[in-house]
Design a protein. Structure first.
Length: 358
């Protein structure tokens, strides 16, 4: 069986994930797409060989569609997922899962009730460099994992239009101004923490396990917006390890803005440029000192064969739909990340550490 995929949302991410993911993945087939702007859906369908549905309801009524990929802004993920689940369609949701814990919990619950798979599309877990880091950590190569430090920053133009309260005003913007919805809290749920930081946070969890506590500062320093543009987050993992995440939309792009480092009791792992879209600049180093812990460790590059993150994502989800191994990033993982994000914002508001429910 080949899994037929319907896509809801024809924005920028869909025009990356369809060709690099669905069209490349074994066991997957692009059936069609729907979007509130019909001309965008038609352009995407014409590019990749799918059909256009006028509405999500029309797509979900098509027996050729077995799974849907939510490429919509976060504020409609829950609505889209629940609608698809009730139609018996499996759901792969873009990050973040939703704009609130309550919405994410509802997504998990309804998908479970209807016997469909819910997956979280945090594809950076499938980056071959992150996979190699996970293997080395689990093999004990760096000793006991003690801490992780992630920096994932992308400058956001503060001059994009302000929210008028009318969705059509935001979503009719040209591609060069499409960042406007990401800087509108009611649509994106937050700022760079919800759009970029979620990937870094999810990768930290992938490497060191679930988070038990957070403390953070989320501030708006460079624009008149209702979203943060500068965030610093401290995490405590259930294992006892610690973490730090820096996420800035306020700082002009700079070398070193995509760095991931795991500290162990015996060695360290340092990944460069792996937090982000697919890149030929990904590198991984192991730092150790043969002369002992008093002598500064030197980096030794680790050879890694790159993988297509989006292809892996859709292949593994399609395999799960066909009865293969469970999808490795289920909705429950997305829900945990949503709870951590909620804790991040509550901590910043209260200036207190927040415990994350298990």
């Amino acid at each position: 069986m080949t899994v037929g995929w319907g896509v809801i949302g024809a924005g920028g991410i869909a025009n990356r994930t369809i060709p690099d993911g669905i069209l490349e993945a074994e066991g997957a087939r692009f059936v069609g797409i729907t979007d509130i702007h019909a001309e965008r859906a038609k352009s995407t369908a014409d590019s990749f060989g799918g059909r256009v549905y006028e509405t999500a309801e029309e797509m979900l009524a098509d027996p050729e569609v077995h799974a849907v990929y939510l490429a919509t802004p976060p504020f409609v993920h829950a609505e889209n997922a629940i609608q698809a689940a009730r139609a018996g369609r499996h759901v792969l949701s873009e990050k973040p899962m939703a704009v609130s814990v309550a919405q994410a919990e509802r997504m998990v619950s309804v998908c479970r009730e209807n016997g469909v798979i819910l997956g979280h599309a945090t594809m950076m877990r499938f980056n071959a460099y992150h996979q190699r880091m996970k293997q080395l950590i689990e093999a004990g190569d760096i000793g006991r994992p003690l801490a992780v430090h992630a920096r994932y920053s992308v400058w956001w133009n503060p001059s994009v239009p302000q929210d008028t309260g009318r969705d059509e005003d935001i979503f009719s913007l040209t591609a060069t101004r499409q960042m406007a919805w990401r800087q509108t809290k009611r649509i994106g749920g937050g700022g760079p923490m919800l759009d970029d930081g979620v990937h870094a946070l999810d990768t930290m969890i992938f490497l060191l396990g679930r988070v038990s506590e957070v403390f953070s500062f989320c501030d708006t320093l460079t624009r008149q917006r209702d979203i943060e543009d500068t965030a610093s987050v401290l995490t405590k993992f259930q294992s006892g390890a610690q973490g730090m995440l820096e996420c800035y939309a306020s700082v002009p792009n700079f070398q070193g803005r995509r760095v991931l480092r795991v500290y162990g009791s015996e060695a360290q792992l340092l990944a460069l440029e792996t937090l982000g879209p697919p890149s030929d600049e990904n590198r991984l180093f192991r730092l150790d000192s043969e002369a002992g812990p008093l002598v500064e460790a030197r980096p030794e590059e680790i050879d890694v064969t790159p993988a297509l993150m989006y292809e892996t994502q859709f292949r593994l989800f399609s395999d799960a739909v066909q009865g293969g191994a469970p999808y490795p990033i289920p909705g429950e993982e997305g829900l945990h990340v949503q709870r951590v994000l909620d804790g991040v914002f509550r901590s910043s508001e209260t200036r207190q550490a927040v415990t994350i429910p298990h």
